[in-house]
Design a protein around this ligand. Structure first.
Ligand SMILES: Cc1cc2nc3c(=O)[nH]c(=O)nc-3n(C[C@H](O)[C@H](O)[C@H](O)COP(=O)(O)O)c2cc1C
Length: 352
């Protein structure tokens, strides 16, 4: 079966020379969506993202426009709480490799998405929380933020719109739990990252107890394309309840591991074709659809549509679309034990 064709959206600049620079980004229509967005009313942007059906790419698939609309917009003036946008760039789920490549190859798509999102939710401060070990992405995104300030896309009165935004790139200390959004907020505030009890939810009491949207890198990097292309165009890719393009990180026993952009709902059979098939022709034994936290699939699941509904209906989860492929030579208990050894405190897992 031939994979469904998809003109790349999220990865379309990745092959361009110096794709990470602001000059390349601008040459390839970068920051055009921001100009369009700044002429719209913030509520129109929230409605656009709701209509697009975009769902969070950090694992849970929560509808993005709906999340934005939970930010209370009533209170303004002195004493009103500020609103914040926080980008989850922790990418801790084993097997997941889509946010770091996005930040390395196309950091401005994330920054443009941050500016549009902040404008929509009326935030004037955005923090990008990147895991501390990821030194290269931290440097690259920091540099891209500097370039965006120099060009007037960040700071005061962005492009003469009257809208102000500051972005800070924060390096985390590297803990899987800090990917959980409320633990991430604690860590960002300078404390040990531990999940908070919910409610209250971040939308009302997030960073510094103020209304906060937490979104994944890939989610926010999808926003400029939605503003440019419109919600119907976005919905023309993927499935009815899981629309749009997605980056699948394919690793393990395949001929060509890597990041494959495809419409949501693609199957492993199709992804394997894109990745050159099973390595050395050794048959498939099992695989994860969305990282080590998602229940394993086997060769029986080759035709399961990899969207939020399809993966769940077949007994697993779409997670972060980290497709780890294992051939017949691998023992399942060994692989699962190996995953557990990535536990942040391996000494707790050793027999005493
Ligand atoms: C233990 C745990 C780890 C998580 N790690 C990440 C992560 O590394 N990156 C991420 O974007 N979301 C992660 N999440 C999901 C976040 O809590 C949150 O749902 C997400 O950042 C929301 O963004 P989205 O709506 O754009 O997906 C994790 C959740 C849990 C429970």
């Amino acid at each position: 079966m031939t994979p469904d064709p998809l003109t790349p959206v999220l990865t379309r600049r990745w092959q361009s020379p110096r794709s990470w620079s602001i000059d390349t980004y601008e040459q390839l229509e970068g920051y055009q969506a921001l100009r369009t967005a700044l002429t719209a009313h913030p509520d129109q942007l929230i409605q656009l993202v709701k209509d697009s059906g975009l769902r969070g790419r950090g694992g849970a698939g929560f509808p993005t426009g709906m999340k934005w609309s939970f930010i209370p917009q009533g209170a303004t003036g002195p004493g009103a709480k500020p609103k914040y946008l926080v980008i989850n760039a922790d990418e801790g789920e084993p097997g997941t490799c889509k946010d770091i490549p996005t930040m390395m190859a196309d950091p401005h798509s994330l920054i443009e998405g941050c500016i549009i999102t902040s404008f929509a939710i009326r935030a004037n401060f955005c923090a990008i929380y990147i895991r501390g070990e990821a030194l290269h992405p931290i440097r690259r995104v920091r540099r891209a933020v500097e370039e965006a300030y120099a060009k007037g896309y960040l700071g005061k009165d962005i492009l003469g719109s009257g809208f102000d935004l500051d972005i800070v790139v924060h390096a985390g200390a590297g803990a899987y739990i800090c990917g959980e959004e409320t633990a991430l907020l604690d860590s960002l505030e300078g404390r040990r990252g531990q999940p908070r009890l919910k409610p209250p939810f971040p939308a009302t009491s997030g960073l510094y107890a103020s209304p906060t949207v937490v979104n994944n890198v890939e989610t926010i990097a999808s926003v400029p394309a939605i503003v440019q292309g419109g919600s119907d165009w976005f919905r023309s890719m993927g499935t009815e309840k899981s629309p749009g393009p997605k980056i699948y990180s394919v690793s393990g026993h395949v001929e060509r591991p890597g990041q494959y952009e495809a419409p949501l709902g693609i199957t492993l059979r199709q992804l394997l074709e894109m990745a050159g098939g099973m390595k050395d022709g050794i048959p498939l034994k099992f695989w994860t659809p969305g990282g080590s936290s998602t229940p394993l699939f086997t060769a029986e699941h080759l035709d399961v549509p990899l969207d939020f509904e399809g993966a769940a209906a077949a007994g697993s989860m779409l997670g972060t679309t980290a497709v780890q492929v294992f051939n017949e030579t691998v023992s399942v208990p060994w692989a699962v034990a190996r995953h557990l050894r990535q536990h942040p405190r391996p000494e707790l897992l050793r027999p005493r």
